[in-house]
Design a protein around this ligand. Sequence first.
Ligand code: FUB
Length: 320
Amino acid sequence: MRYLVKDIFTADPSAHVFNGKIYIYPSHDIDAGIPENDNGDHFDMRDYHVFSMDSIDGEVTDHGVALDIKNIPWAGRQLWAPDAAYKNRKYYLYFPLKDKTDIFRIGVATSDKPEGPFIPQSDPIKGSYSIDPAVFDNGDGNFYMYFGGLWGGQLQRYRNNKAIECGHEPKDDEPALCAKVVKLSDDMLNFAEEPRDVVILDEKGEPLKAGDHKRRFFEASWMHKYNGKYYFSYSTGNTHLLCYAIGDNPYGPFTYKGVILTPVVGWTTHHSIVEFQGKWYLFHHDSVPSGGKTWLRSMKVTELEYNEDGSIKTIDGMRN
Ligand code: FUB
């Protein structure tokens, strides 16, 4: 495993290969002096930096501030885990941010260059809510956004894409809340349809239950394709695992398959998976360099390997 950046704190790394290089779009953690709570108020980030590297062991270039909260017209607070996509000679940065009423929405900003600077749209994406957008290029002209996160990520405040009066999680024996998936419009700036549930099934074909904290979705969606199958991966939040489930198309359903990464030092765990020069890599973060401060994380990379049957070899989160 390799820490990628030492002079600032970085988390939630979304890695992509653009123009033959790896570009990483992480959160930029800061010490805002806000006490830690279950609402995640201590994650009070204010800008994004974009990083690139020519090779997996090579030098990491910090391209500086790519988007600052002060330039986002609808901003309230907290720039959380972003992702990026490329289409038709334009780069798109998708980001979760609380609006002026303290509700998380998902915004989009555009640039002609992968490293930015990115110019934000004047409003969040219509119909967006919650956090952690991950945008998947299906290679057929269609792009899908996966999103959602529990607790501070506010997903429990919605049912069927509508805000409910009193946010709550289902009872332990009821189906778990799901991440959401939605096809993006041709211009990449809107949802092309109503978001759908990313249903994760257990070995009996039943949706995972809300009480199944070691397997149910919490936050940090990612999608990648391997040998024609769709791998939806995510964090289980309060049990601190990165897990994955496999399906036959971008919408699922997906069947739970196992753990990618065991708990790391720190509360959150978040990742991306990318193929580069014939190998697969897991980008993630932990709080080791800050001495365990959960809100000051550092991104890392390690190789990810598959077994013959397409399952992923579990990685030890405490390995350094
Ligand atoms: O970085 C803030 C939040 O912490 C992210 O949006 C979550 O996925 C968790 O990593």
